[in-house]
Design a protein around this ligand. Structure first.
Ligand code: SAM
Length: 249
């Protein structure tokens, strides 16, 4: 199917509003990822239609639930950060679909950051800022720590490490949203104490429907209720040597 038609129909099915201009940008982003993935390892090797379903629509799925997720924020004017964004997922599709909100994309790989800079320039995305660095270092900087109403992460690293990397960025009453597969139930049970210790609480689990994808997809939503203790996140060597213990049964 033609990419434009596939995107327009799927977004409609998913109850996500998108203008023709936004759909054009998603189509262009799909092309950019497809072409550049031949030289930079942005995502697994795959076809354009699969990039739309598995990556662009999956990223956009958060907006099927924006009423719930953005309940405590000014919908047209909030700051969001996407940790370990890689080739821009979910950050770039969300930046395209969200008008007026400021989206920060955080990525440690210089090569991926070069692609992101190229893509936001091509797409003329004025609401995106790119941060090249490690989450555990940037989360300690003023202006980034506890300064985002929405924090997202998709397929970044092990859950115990991800909790430590992401929760510190979120402001009090903000939401941390993880894109998850069917492993999510194990992670919720096991992560309960670590989430609490880092200043979060489990807000809700939302099953999502991604048009054209068969597998189970969900959003695990945490709420930031207390400041993260100063000592977190630790330097990477410490995180690696003494990862937070989660209680898997
Ligand atoms: N979120 C993207 C997606 O869903 O396609 C990328 C997923 S990729 C498997 C994980 C990305 O997280 C990689 O690009 C990696 O460089 C980045 N990453 C891992 N640990 C990080 C850290 N501590 N700080 C910043 N980026 C990190």
């Amino acid at each position: 199917m033609d990419s434009r038609k596939l995107l327009a129909e799927s977004l409609r099915e998913m109850n996500i509003r998108a203008s023709l201009g936004q759909i054009d940008k998603l189509v262009e982003f799909n092309e950019l990822v497809y072409e550049n993935n031949k030289y930079t390892n942005l995502i697994g090797r795959t076809e354009k239609e699969n990039i739309i379903k598995r990556h662009i629509l999956d990223s956009a799925s958060l907006l099927s639930n924006s009423d719930i997720l953005f309940r405590d924020v000014d919908k047209d004017n909030f700051k969001m950060i996407d940790i370990g964004t890689g080739g821009g997922f979910p950050g770039i599709p969300l930046a395209i679909l969200l008008n007026g909100s400021k989206v920060f994309l955080l990525e440690k790989s210089k090569k991926k950051v070069e692609f992101l800079l190229f893509a936001i320039d091509k797409l003329s995305l004025t609401n995106v800022s790119i941060l090249n660095g490690r989450a555990e270092e940037i989360a300690r900087l003023e202006g980034y720590r506890e300064n985002f109403e929405i924090v997202t992460a998709r397929a970044v690293t092990k859950f115990n490490i991800l909790l430590e990397l992401s929760i510190p960025f979120c402001s009090i009453n903000g939401r941390i949203i993880f894109y998850k597969s069917s492993k999510v139930i194990r992670d919720i049970e096991a992560g309960y104490d670590a989430i609490k210790m880092l200043g979060g609480t489990i807000d809700r689990l939302i099953d999502v429907n991604v048009e054209g994808l068969e597998e189970y997809r969900a959003l695990l939503v945490l709420k930031k209720v207390r400041k993260t203790p100063e000592r977190y996140p630790r330097i990477f060597a410490q995180i690696k040597k003494y990862p937070l213990k989660l209680k898997y049964k």
